[in-house]
Write a protein that binds this ligand. Structure first.
Ligand SMILES: [Fe+2]
Ligand SMILES: [Fe+2]
Length: 203
């Protein structure tokens, strides 16, 4: 199926699977990701699709999420995930829903565009070799206007930056927020932060 065909199906799935608040967040991420894609030369439907799908498994039981992680791993589409052992932090309760949603797109919709699946799988913690779509979706998830703790001036400033600079600003803000809340920081996020502070290397 093409992205445009899946979008209405995902809207229906959102309404059936998530609380109204989380479904609203997903729609806001979808629209912001679509805008960022359009501004940077990517198909906006890819950002829209990733935004609608990224939190689709967040209210699912852990065993069902683990089964979907296996679907994504078995596809071999993500070399970081397809190794003999799962990436350890993917098994953390707060992070598992990302790769699970990538598995759901594969299993339930037969959708296998690697850049979209990568964006969905890694939206929570990021990783240091993310492609452009994954960067934009990661930033859209953290900057969508429903995120009350994000300062509107900071959001506007970020949205005007080129992707790598926007990602660095968003990661720095996320790290500060996680520290403020006393929450755990995934190793992938530290690796991403360190990579972004080095001289420019984009793929
Ligand atoms: Fe999420
Ligand atoms: Fe989200």
């Amino acid at each position: 199926m093409e992205a445009a065909e899946i979008l209405p199906l995902l809207q229906a799935r959102l309404a059936a699977s998530l609380s109204p608040k989380r479904a609203g967040h997903s729609r806001q991420v979808a629209e912001l990701a679509a805008r960022l894609c359009l501004e940077r030369g990517l198909d906006p439907d890819l950002g829209r699709l990733a935004g609608l799908a990224h939190d689709l498994c967040k209210e699912m039981s852990r065993p069902r999420q683990e089964a979907l992680l296996e679907v994504y791993r078995a596809s071999g589409l993500d070399s970081l995930v397809a190794g003999p052992a799962p990436v350890a932090s993917f098994m953390a309760a707060e992070i598992l829903h990302g790769p699970a949603a990538a598995g759901l797109l594969l299993r339930d919709f037969g959708y296998a565009e690697p850049s979209v699946l990568e964006a969905i799988a890694w939206h929570t913690v990021g990783h240091s070799d993310m492609g452009l779509l994954a960067i934009l979706v990661y930033c859209a998830d953290k900057l969508e206007p429903g995120r009350r703790h994000v300062d509107p001036d900071f959001r506007d400033a970020c949205l005007g930056l080129e992707p790598r600079a926007m990602l660095l600003a968003v990661v720095e803000d996320s790290l500060a927020w996680l520290r403020h809340k006393g929450w755990e920081i995934a190793p992938e996020t530290f690796l991403l932060y360190n990579a972004l502070r080095k001289p420019v290397q984009t793929r």
